[in-house]
Design a protein. Sequence first.
Length: 251
Amino acid sequence: MLYRLLKWVLLGPMLRLLWPTKVSGTEHIPGHGGAILASNHLAVADSFFMPLRVPRRVTFPAKSEYFTEKGVKGRLKKWFFTGAGQIPIDRSSGTAAQAALDTAIRLLREGHLLGIYPEGTRSPDGRLHKGKTGVARIALEARVPVIPVAMIGTDKVNPIGSKMWWPKRLEIRFGAPLDFSRYEGLSGDRFVERSITDEIMYALMELSGKEYVDIYAARAKELLAAEAAGVRADVPAQATEVDRVPETKAG
């Protein structure tokens, strides 16, 4: 009830009015059944604008800190993020990470749409970074398709570090579903999971038109912070021109 209230009455109409958005490819979103919406991640605003354009409810894993803050502000945050369709995920340990995967798989098997950012965190420079293989494992275990989603312009609306949202035009592109059923039973094979993840990132690169860099977004943040501090950081060997584009198909 709260999700629908936020989407159609309290928040959605204002977002639609203030941020005109060009949307394409919604026909690729299944009318029922589980599926993963795998998106690039430019800003916090991604988790608001993308579900607004999906007819069905979208559930996002969110870091547990959003739900555990103390005081009135903390209760309001918990109320809002719960109402917005987000579920708390504890990523503090390996056991917690497995629990997060199990929760995502359960939701998909129950027929939900699950929003996932394969990069694991917001892009610090607007480029597309190496995907984490959790998305592949979830897709294989839950036996659901992966729909690539390209968010364009949200980093201009909601720049990193800014508390303001600026009036800019946005675009959201939903790509054709990626079917990995040919790898059924191979969950846990790190080579298969890496190949599948690279295929997802390639689809996102083509859909978004963003430059791909074969390092994790978290590492890219470290390199940018080191550069800002005037410290020379070692650039990973894989960040070469040859390795900027992931494999086109899972081999």
